[in-house]
Ligand binder design. Structure first.
Ligand code: TYM
Length: 328
């Protein structure tokens, strides 16, 4: 059976972009793949943080997966920090990474650009964890040898780096490590947020998945629109509301909405309809999320089992690599 793997960083509330871009496709893949999904809490350290906050956010990511339908008997769900082999492999991969490869990585470049825009020193606030972030991510991936990695478009560069480092292992040390492919749902590779830019924790434009109903409604009504009058035809191709709607509506509902856009629908009505279908999908997971979140022992058991299963893969893999490079 083919394998799928993906990770989510615990740096904020899980939002619609995470769900549509990664969680939903990952859960679909789990039906016919051996699946390994994890919380990248080591990556969470690259941002300044409080211990309690990191704990709570980590719990939030785990509860989200479970609330949205991940079956722990079918999928191996684990916490990155429970797999020490990942961090050991990360060091080995660091020695194979040209520094220039990291200079081009976008999370680091974005921080440099932000510093420049704010007239700060170029390296202000950048720790080595952030700089080498893609190497740890490559270790996450290569160690499990997945065939596919379901992610949003912003992670493609990181998967390419993982492939580059896998290739380096192959050419320099005769390793047979598998090179993974990204698994991208083209139409939702970049889900827009409230302001039309990519929905992202760092832009503060997200719609958190498990907001209370009234909050969800308020958030949806904040989506930025143009000032066309209610009766004017609207362009669905450039509409954030429409793009989000498509993810939650049935085929008939989408068709009807498309027609309404052509005929002219008020933005208020379009938002109301988006809220209706989004809430329909999220109502049950919202309650399950609360149940999981308040059952930390149950989550701990799932994570412990998951770590055990993941280590059945990571331990022998690392041992092979260590032999190949002369460390064992
Ligand atoms: P993170 O935690 O930022 O995001 C988790 C997943 O959500 C996707 N995503 C989106 N997809 C579509 N539209 C959006 N607006 C949107 N916003 C977020 C991301 O593409 C991602 O798939 N580096 C990773 C975590 C990670 C990882 C890994 C992923 C660590 N190791 C190994 C895969 C494999 C990250 O920061 O994702």
């Amino acid at each position: 059976m083919k394998r799928s793997l993906t990770g989510i960083k615990p740096t904020g509330d899980i939002h619609l972009g995470n769900y549509i871009g990664a969680i939903k496709p990952a859960l679909q893949l789990a039906a016919n793949h051996e699946s390994y999904y994890f919380v990248a809490n080591g990556h969470g350290l690259t941002k300044p943080h409080q211990r309690e906050e990191l704990h709570a956010l980590t719990k939030g990511v785990v509860a989200s997966w479970l609330a949205l339908g991940l079956d722990p008997n079918q999928t191996t769900l684990y916490r990155q920090s429970d797999i020490p082999e990942v961090f050991e492999l990360s060091w080995i991969l660091a020695t194979l990474s040209p520094k220039g490869l990291m200079n081009r990585a976008h999370a680091y470049k974005a921080m440099v650009d932000e510093n420049e825009a704010n007239s700060r020193e170029l390296d202000a606030g950048i720790n080595m964890g952030l700089f080498t972030y893609p190497i740890l991510m490559a270790a996450d991936i290569l160690i499990i040898e997945p065939d596919v990695v379901p992610v949003g478009k912003d992670q493609i560069q990181h998967i390419e780096i993982a492939r580059d480092l896998g290739l380096a292992m192959r050419s320099q040390h005769g390793s047979t490590v598998k090179l993974p492919e990204p698994y991208l749902m083209e139409d939702v590779a970049v889900l827009p947020g409230l302001d039309g830019r990519k929905m992202s924790k760092s832009y503060g434009n997200t719609i958190p998945l498990f907001m209370e109903k009234d909050e969800l409604k308020k958030r949806i009504y904040k989506i930025k629109t143009n000032s066309l009058p209610p009766s004017a035809p609207k362009d669905s191709a450039t509409s954030t509301i429409y793009m989000l709607y498509k993810q939650f509506a049935t085929a008939e509902e989408v068709k009807a909405m498309e027609e309404a856009y052509q005929a002219g629908i008020s933005w208020g009505d379009a938002k109301g309809e988006l809220f209706r279908v989004a809430n329909r999908r999220l109502e049950e997971p919202r309650e399950l999320y609360k149940e999981w979140f308040s059952s930390p022992e149950k989550m701990e058991r799932v994570l412990k089992d998951g770590a055990e299963k993941a280590r059945q893969v990571s331990v022998p893999f690392l041992q092979t690599i260590k032999k190949e490079i002369g460390l064992a």
